[in-house]
Design a protein around this ligand. Sequence first.
Ligand code: BGC
Length: 437
Amino acid sequence: MSNIDHLIWGVTTAAAQTEGGFNADGRGLSIWDTFTNKPKSIKDKSNNQVATNFYERYREDIDLSVKIGLKIFRFSISWSRVLPNGSGVINEKGIAFYNKVIDYCIEVGIEPWITTYHWDLPQKLQDKGGWKNRDIITDYENYIKVLKLYFVDRVKNWILINEAIVCIGAGYFLGIHAPGKRGIKSFSASIHHILLAQARGYRVLKGKKDIKIGTAISCTKIESHSKRKKDLRAASRIDALMNRLCIEPYIGLGYPENELPLVKRIKRFVQQGDMEEMKVDFDFWGIQTYAREVVKSAWYIPYLGSIPVKPSKRKAPVSIMGWETYPDGIQYFLERFSIYDSEKPLWLTECGMALSEKEDDAKRIEYYTHIIEGMKKVSDQEINLKGILLWTLVDNFEWAEGYIPKFGIIGMDKITLNRKMKKTAFWLKDYLSNRSG
Ligand code: BGC
């Protein structure tokens, strides 16, 4: 078996899922503050006003990451903490908070990585249409200029947009995430704008030589329910939507219109020069994968013509998220993305397993062991894998699922918010300290 001891291990977190401090020190509201107030929006009727209180406990979480042996601490910036109105006046106290996080990481020897957008749009921008309104591209560009001004001297690795397809699919198509919008028009406009904004953001940051700029791509293994032509076509449609739409325009391949008829709707929002502007050569691609979906053709479903076959109906294990956790996706997507470009640096910027409160954490160790095996299998191939960031450190606010699924390698007491390392954290600490690299 190959040696993968050189791979760098770290952890990914996100502001809306951890920070809390929703109205502390001049922070403006985000779409998640509004969304969680709507009845029935969150499964356990919770909200993220306190979350894991990373806002006050960031030192402890960074210390724990170091103790486990992790080398990268990826966190996201809450746009409305820095710019309470989304644009205009800068909230110096918000900047001060992120300076403290960055400086503390550096002080204790873990590298800070920034995600600029992990789904928490300022409500003030949503009031103007959010990602549906083309003006957002300029707002995002200006926001990135602010982040560059304050943080680029110390933060060398940046991820611009986290999982555009999930953020826009769930928030502007299905309405199950903030801001709760639905419909094809809302989706088509928003997806184009967020992808174009990301290209703009890249150009803002690119001026600096010593920094690396990437994107985090949601990857879901899609399989056809049968070998029938119409099911195979349905699978290739969903695959194009989930795994190609948000990467191919940057490589210059455009939107995957042959497989995905929905692209016609997106094209209504494409203006002259957009596709050219979209061609940016990210310094790395971040692959994020959790699940496998099996789909079959369904003529009555508008635009997509397909439905998922539930894991229970195909005798697959189902996680508390309702999906089939699929660690083999790691190997599959690393191989697949290397076909686009075998030299491109790849990071697994998220992978993780959701367990219920009652499930034994040993299952998570099994999952990560499986992932290590997958990474070993690809290490002999021409794949430029750099490292892996786990999802996630501390059990947190899992969006519309509230606090029910537990993705953390560290548990948290509901009342005291005290942290406690789980079996996986101890196992990982051993694994990392016994490596030769
Ligand atoms: C997201 C995280 C989320 C995780 C598990 C990823 O797609 O980036 O924010 O918690 O999936 O659902």
